[in-house]
Write a protein that binds this ligand. Sequence first.
Ligand code: PEP
Ligand code: MG
Length: 582
Amino acid sequence: MAKERILKGIGVSKGICQGEVFVYETKEVKIVQTPIPARYLATEVERFTKALQKTEKELSSIKERINAEIGVDFAQFLDAQILMLKDREIIESVSERIKIEKTNAEYVYHKVLDEYAKKLGASRDQYLRERVADIWDVGMRVLRNLLGMTHSSVVDVPQGSVLVAHDISPSDAALINPNNVLGLAIEVGGRTSHTAITTRALEIPAVVGVENLLAKIKNGEKVILDGNRGILIKSPTPGRIQFYRGEIKKEIEYQKMLSPFCELPAKTRDGRQLDISANIEFFVEYSHAKRSGAMGIGLFRTEFLYLTRRGNPSEEEQFRVYDELAKKMKPDPVIIRTYDLGGDKIFSDYHEANPFLGWRAIRVSLDDFDFFKIQLRAILRASVNRNIRIMYPMISTYEEIQKARVYFKEVTEELKKEKVDFDDHIQVGIMVETPSAAILSNQLAAHVDFFSIGSNDLTQYVLAVDRGNERVSHLFDHFHPAVLRLIKQVIDAGHRSHIWVGLCGELAADPSAIPLLVGLGIDELSMSPVAIPRAKMVLRALTVPECEKIADKALNFRCASEVQKFLNRMIAKKFPGIGGIK
Ligand code: PEP
Ligand code: MG
């Protein structure tokens, strides 16, 4: 029997699962020219046809899944991709050239595709130019199938798998099928990387930052993944399996204990009401948010629409999602954050040395009004439901707010001319997640309707620690007094200008942060749906004066570990059972 081995990492999504390893490798597709003897040419063409058929099946199944997940007919781009796959001109040209050039299918197909893409890329029509990415997306899928590269995408992972990889990009993570993938372990990443956030949204346990993982594990090996402790156990002993059965039972009991809190008001013992809302990445999560007792959507990370689709969804596609979400949540508010593309959510071929400091979020939107306008129009049209709010990510200057305001006005005037109804009093807020926005919050507050503090990025930028880099993840700590002092500054500035201030980073989901944030006067906390009942339980056990005392003390420590120790002690005293499930 193989020897048990425990591989350590960082637990970023809670839960335990047992399954078989599926190693996901994004191998490069290498195209080599091979001569084909005349008697095999017909077989070569047949091989090409079969690869097309296989690809069509894959695309149809992705379409079904995306539609089921987003809940509205969103995956029309896949129809377009299937049509490209069936393009007679390409198929005939490849089939003929295989015979004429007596060359292998992948080489000819790649060449034909390249010529076709170049023609499209040179077109005057923007729509046609934008199809080049789709052509290559489909083309690479066909090429991988021709080359017998099995796992062309995370979509194809078999049922009962624990997905293991060096890295998974947020856009790949968005395509993980949680019915097949039981858990995820990767070599890179930190707690607040967007891949980690996605695993929490999909509700699959995940461990990141496992050093040399791929060298230590093989496809098909039996493992237990423990997202609570941040470990992956290879070839677990019978005793270990037994232990984890007990752990799973305990987890179920704990969830049962928490479930009544979903229905209860989010109020302190002495009656301070807080808005507890949900962060979502995918439309379907709204139902989990509602079941968990969310009082609205505090952050809809719309860029996942872009990443799932691998391109900009049309105004109509976006409108349908925003409108449906607003209707489902009514009368509770839905905060739609405009695209936060860039950073670790790579969306184009444009590569940067420092993506988190580069072309990201509002910077991308403001640089391309045509692109931004599609999203603003879709949001504003859906605001006819009267419960939508808009939020801009990564604001770092006053000018950005002004420029966004000019664009916003242009769009509203256009809609008025078209006699399209929208919410004239829609709240427009910003994420405060850069040090400059936090330091200038006093000045910025007069120009927006609300602030939502993005503690993930604020921590990253204040501490100069890449939130996705496992090497420095021990330095990433949102309890750092420098971060806490800025949070206080932002809340105070917002209140002085009579606007509400929320917090939607991972700090909001940390039970020991709740007394601190209440003490600082936060109005809203937005977190992943799974964290909501626990947050309500903690909140309902506190009083405002005790929270104020806690906040006062926490702000005066020298380092994050002192703050953490102090808060953990306090939580452990109040909730003797909560220590282990933090
Ligand atoms: C944040 O930065 O805290 C935040 C909520 O936004 P995101 O995690 O999507 O960057
Ligand atoms: Mg952010």
